[in-house]
Ligand binder design. Structure first.
Ligand code: MSP
Length: 623
């Protein structure tokens, strides 16, 4: 049986690491993919939209261990945050792939074996920078001044046995592919970057790790686990049941991989090489979008400025979040998140321009036409040609924008129609119109423009679109590109007046909830802390310091040396035998030349130790 491929559209997001909860960066890619998927469904295409999570690797293993959890148990908890966020945002994915699922692991093993059979995998020595306390390898590219990019401690040059993939063998093939397909990587700046990188020569890459246990074991050599390249990238075909699945035959190659700019090389060089080695077609397009900063700064946990999309949804609703993310930032460029700007866009564009337009015209239809869509004139009044032209042109403009993934420009175009409709009402003043026919004509035209606006907004703001369409009296409505033509709205249909679409947010305060939120620790952060009861076994002075004492503290299964600034409040002798509260999983620090492997909890500027009311065993968890 021949499988009809012409009308399919396969779109993917990166699979997200589950070492933490999702933030607006992850949300951005997924919302953009959902918008594109919805638009392609509107075009009548058979869309397969894949997202998922990347669940293996050292970082996740470590985070799990630091929380006293099994990695599988830990990833099962985090993945729920992704699934529930996508649900809240009305992300209509076709499948959600997790790299810890058996169906994925089976495909990764098949891929590995195929590459081996092809002679593209060999065993060699991987050399890199190693951070001994973190047990992590880093590449030359990641290490600056011999310092670990994660903890800042000195790294050592180390070697480890590893499997390698012959990436170098595919250099010419990739170069040819890039040169023949100048639009395959977008934006152009990224394409040029990749092209020159490939021209400079490709080296083989290591594809296994001995030091990582939480991963898929290399077939026949379980001391090694398969590294992220093959494990993560294969998700794009494992979800389609490669090699024999119907879905694979129907949907591969991907029409578009949406990625953030930092993982372009990974997708534009390593992935096509793996596919070439497997004898498969490369993706048709890789689009790399830019990064969000927050109030001008890089978003990071240590700066405490990570924006939780759930808080934004609580405050503004899912559609406003989807709207802001795609309107504010040109797809492909970097952008800045500012809550002040969010509120300003919400108030002017959503509440004033869109919300008021819908509300106003429904009130007019209610007042003058008994809550029904008025009669449409057979012939268009020549005074309305320009307005109707603007509305009717929207579908062509949208088509061109979606073709180039220009989401913010598509929204600009829709807003031009919203503004034109508001102006048309103001210019024609139907409430003053004496001629009933003309009054009906004007109100009909605006209601019809509103229907087209709602239809074009559907990929971006599906809940809002559905509400507007319901207000226009539809019970069943097909959000399709054909419904972007002017003149379809049925006269006589009974309209509904529901709640206001966007209630204005009155207060714009400098210090909004989201920025206050910055200082809040979430439950996951708290759970990461290992706080225990410790019994002080010895305390002694540190020569040359008038504040510090060196303590040996029993925290259950081990003893820790801790440096504490309590000398002014306590004599070393009185501390012996005291039970105190200790944070045990901080990175060791050197204070005044003495190693400190934990921190005591104390209160006040002249710190007084926090001591449990009754006797508790050393090592007991504090929760
Ligand atoms: N697991 C890999 C991807 C493997 S794909 C086969 C990974 N995961 S991630 O959790 O770090 O997510 C990366 C993606 O999140 C980026 O590609 C980007 O889509 C998005 N973003 C993360 N932070 C971002 C911003 N600050 N701004 C915009 N998007 C960014 O890499």
């Amino acid at each position: 049986m021949r499988i009809l491929k012409k009308n399919k559209f396969y779109i993917t997001t990166p699979i997200y690491y589950v070492n933490d909860k999702p933030h607006i960066g992850h949300t951005y890619t997924t919302v953009a993919a959902d918008v594109l998927a919805r638009w392609n469904r509107m075009l009548g295409k058979d869309v397969f939209f894949l997202t998922g999570t990347d669940e293996h690797g050292q970082k996740i293993e470590k985070t799990a261990i630091s929380l006293g959890k099994d990695p599988k148990e830990f990833v099962n908890e985090i993945v729920k945050f992704y699934i529930s966020l996508w649900k809240r945002l009305n992300i209509e994915y076709s499948d959600f792939i997790r790299t810890s699922e058996k169906r994925h692991e089976d495909v990764v093993l098949k891929v590995f074996k195929k590459l081996q059979e092809k002679g593209d995998i060999y065993k060699g020595i991987y050399e890199g920078w190693y951070c001994i306390p973190d047990e992590t390898f880093w590449t030359d590219f990641q290490v600056k001044d011999r310092k670990c990019p994660e903890c800042g401690r000195e790294v050592e040059r180390m070697k480890e046995e590893a499997y390698f993939f012959r990436l170098s063998k595919y250099q010419n093939k990739i170069l040819n592919w890039l040169e023949k397909n100048p639009d395959v990587i977008e934006p152009k700046s990224r394409y040029n970057e990749i092209l020159s990188f490939v021209k400079n020569g490709l080296e083989d890459i290591s594809i296994s790790r001995k030091s990582v246990k939480w991963g898929i074991p290399v077939p026949g050599d379980p001391n090694h686990t398969i590294y992220v390249w093959i494990d993560a990238l294969s998700n794009y075909i494992s979800a389609l049941d490669y090699p024999n699945g119907k879905k694979f035959k129907k949907y591969w190659p991907a029409d578009i991989h949406l990625v953030g700019k930092e993982i372009t090389r990974f997708h534009a060089i390593i992935w096509p090489a793996i596919l070439f080695s497997l004898g498969l077609e490369p993706p048709k397009k890789i689009f790399a979008h830019g990064w969000w900063t927050v109030e001008g700064q890089k978003m990071s946990k240590s700066l405490g400025n990570v924006i939780d999309p759930n808080i934004l949804i609580d405050k503004f609703g899912a559609d406003a979040v989807r709207y802001y993310l795609l309107r504010e930032m040109m797809f492909g460029e970097d952008g800045n998140f500012s809550e002040k700007e969010f509120i300003s866009k919400y108030n002017t564009q959503l509440a004033d321009e869109l919300g008021n337009l819908v509300n106003r015209i429904l009130i007019l239809a209610e007042k003058y036409f008994n809550g029904k869509i008025p009669k449409k004139n057979k012939k268009i009044n020549k005074n309305d040609l320009s307005f109707i032209g603007i509305v009717d042109n929207l579908k062509v403009k949208l088509g061109a924008c979606f073709e180039k993934l220009q989401f913010s420009i598509a929204l600009d175009e829709i807003w031009k129609v919203i503004q034109a409709a508001n102006k048309y009402i103001n210019d024609n003043k139907p409430w003053e119109e004496k001629d009933e026919k003309r009054k009906a004509e004007v109100i009909y035209n605006v209601l019809e423009a509103v229907r087209i606006i709602a239809t074009s907004l559907y990929p971006f703001m599906p809940e809002t679109s559905e509400k507007i369409i319901k207000y226009l009296g539809y019970k069943n409505y097909n959000f399709s590109k054909d419904n972007l033509d002017f003149g379809i709205l049925k006269s006589g249909q009974k309209i509904l007046r529901g709640e206001i679409l966007f209630k204005k947010i009155e207060e714009i305060k400098e210090n909004t909830n989201v920025s206050k939120e910055k200082n809040l620790v979430d439950i996951l952060d708290f759970k990461k802390m290992d706080i225990r009861i410790g019994k002080i076994e010895t305390a002694e002075e540190i020569p040359g310091s008038d504040k510090l004492l060196k303590l040996i503290v029993n925290i259950g299964e081990e003893k820790r040396q801790i440096v504490a600034g309590i000398k002014k409040q306590y004599m070393p002798g009185e501390l012996k035998g005291k039970n105190i509260v200790v944070i045990c999983n901080l990175k060791p620090a050197i204070i005044k030349g003495v190693k400190s492997e934990g921190m005591l909890l104390a209160a006040g500027t002249e710190p007084i130790l926090i001591i449990p009311e009754r006797d508790v065993k050393p090592g007991e968890k504090v929760s």
